[in-house]
Design a protein around this ligand. Structure first.
Ligand code: NDP
Length: 446
């Protein structure tokens, strides 16, 4: 008899879901977490980031309020207040996640765990436990390139804890995190320079939508340096940083934030000892059933480097638990996954970009609505939204929806249902507009 039916390493989104559901199915479950219960999303990712996005947006809302008749005194932002409130909310959520596990009789080990064999796990305290099945859900961590002075830069792990707001910040990368924090720090009044190794940002998103973000960001005052490669960072006596690059003049700043991707957490995990195969990027290789090269060991979430998104990790954890402990074999459907970038303004997408659709389908129709939201008109804010429907020319099916503008992610979630359900452009056309909204543009494109 093993000590546990299931032992989970890592209490992030995927691990917590798998542990809780397996326990609800009647399994005896243990879970180890070396940091905080909740993982990247709750502790140093999606949730605290979104709260900072909300906090940042007030900068524009307060400015816009004047045209709506509000007498607004001079605005002043206190970083320490927002930071501490966000961290308090993170602590509350960590408690809620812990309660979820304990309420399901999942035993939590607040320590590091490593694989000791196909059915055993060694805990940092020295104890070794046995388990019928082991689930690796250790997530990923920010990639920090090995350049001289990298220790003077921060990652998205540290950004939520800054002592004070930097007057000038250099953000390295052109992906999700770089663009989201460029917007956040800019709204807080920092001087932001985004440095990217190529001239392509947000690779994978529709080009027109990305171009609109770039245009709006530049107009707001975010500075971009493209085709620049980082060489070294020096710390100056006054605490500032000097960054040297090829393809760009030296940049002086108060912080340098690296956001150049995330790497699976497999170091020291004992994959070799247990015989678990690891891929080129350090990802744990799994089959469609989340099973590794060892039949008793499974993996879900960012550590498998499939789709690095929280809701996907949660689905994988749920599918694993239902399959192996609930008698309900379940495969995750990776089709039509909606995604969003919480930039200022945010963008969101589901399905194929126009370019992808043209390559794959040949005959494609693209419908575009380029409009200035009503609220922006009265506020005198010259920022236009862009919505795009990508339609299969052979059968009228909507194969992609792409949007940038206020609340785009909120609106896109509903549109994603239509794409997943393989609805046609004529189905959208048949729906009466809900007026006056921004979302009505989705059913008014002709
Ligand atoms: P991304 O993968 O989004 O972007 C990485 C960026 O860094 C790209 O511009 C890439 O350029 C560049 N880059 C990659 N390697 C290097 C390097 N060695 N030196 C310089 N530049 C480099 O990574 P993020 O760190 O922004 O985010 C990590 C992941 O976290 C995302 O992929 C996403 O899955 C998830 N995430 C999701 C969010 C959301 O859903 N809103 C928010 C935040 C994170 P190139 O394009 O040329 O490769």
């Amino acid at each position: 008899m093993a000590d546990y039916d299931l032992f989970v390493i890592g209490a992030g989104s995927g691990g917590v879901r798998a542990a809780r559901v397996a326990a609800a199915h009647g399994a005896k479950v243990g879970i180890a977490e070396e940091h905080k219960v909740g993982g990247t999303c709750v502790v140093r990712g999606c949730i605290p980031k979104k709260l900072l996005v909300y906090g940042a947006h007030f900068a524009e809302d307060i400015d816009d309020a004047a045209m709506f008749g509000w007498d607004v005194p001079e605005k002043r932002f206190d970083w320490a207040v927002l930071r501490d409130n966000v961290l308090a909310e993170v602590a509350r959520l960590e408690g809620a996640y812990t309660d979820t596990l304990t309420n399901h009789d999942v035993e939590i080990f607040h320590e590091r765990a490593e694989l000791a064999g196909p059915s055993s796990v060694r805990l940092a305290s020295g104890r070794t436990v046995s388990a019928g099945k082991i689930l690796i859900a250790t997530g990923a961590r920010p990639l920090m390139p090995e350049i001289p002075g990298i220790e003077h830069a921060i990652s998205s792990n540290e950004v939520f804890h800054l002592e004070k707001l930097p007057r000038r910040i250099v953000i390295v990368g052109g992906g999700y995190i770089a663009n989201e924090f460029a917007g956040i720090f800019h709204q807080f009044g920092c001087q932001v320079t985004l440095v990217n190794r190529s001239d392509v940002i947000l690779r994978g998103y529709d080009q027109q939508i990305v171009d609109r973000l770039l245009q709006i960001s530049i107009k707001k005052g975010i500075h971009f340096e493209f085709n620049a490669t980082f060489e070294r960072i020096e710390a100056k006596a006054d605490g500032s940083r000097s960054s040297t690059m090829t393809g760009c003049e030296d940049l002086e700043s108060d912080q340098v934030l690296f956001a150049v991707g995330r790497r699976p957490n497999v170091e020291g995990l004992g994959c070799d000892a247990a015989g678990v195969a690891v891929g080129e990027k350090g990802e744990i290789k799994v089959d469609d059933d989340n099973c590794t090269s060892v039949p008793s060991i499974f993996a879900v979430g960012d550590v498998t480097n499939r789709v690095q998104l929280t809701p996907v990790a949660i689905r994988e954890g749920q599918a694993f638990a239902d399959t192996h402990f609930g008698g309900k074999p379940t495969l995750v459907d990776y089709g039509c996954i909606p995604s969003a970038v919480f930039s200022h303004p945010p963008l969101a997408a589901v399905g194929m970009t126009e370019g992808q659709a043209r390559n794959k389908l040949g005959s494609v129709k693209a419908y575009i609505s380029d409009f200035r939201p009503l609220k922006n008109v009265l506020a005198g804010r010259n920022e236009r939204s862009l919505y795009k429907l990508v339609v299969d020319g052979h059968n009228d099916r909507i194969v992609g929806v792409h949007m940038i503008g206020p609340d785009a992610p909120e609106i896109l979630q509903a549109a994603a249902i239509a794409v997943k359900a393989r609805l046609k452009k004529s189905d959208f056309d048949s729906v009466v507009a809900l007026h006056p909204t921004m979302a009505e543009e989705l059913v008014l494109m002709r």
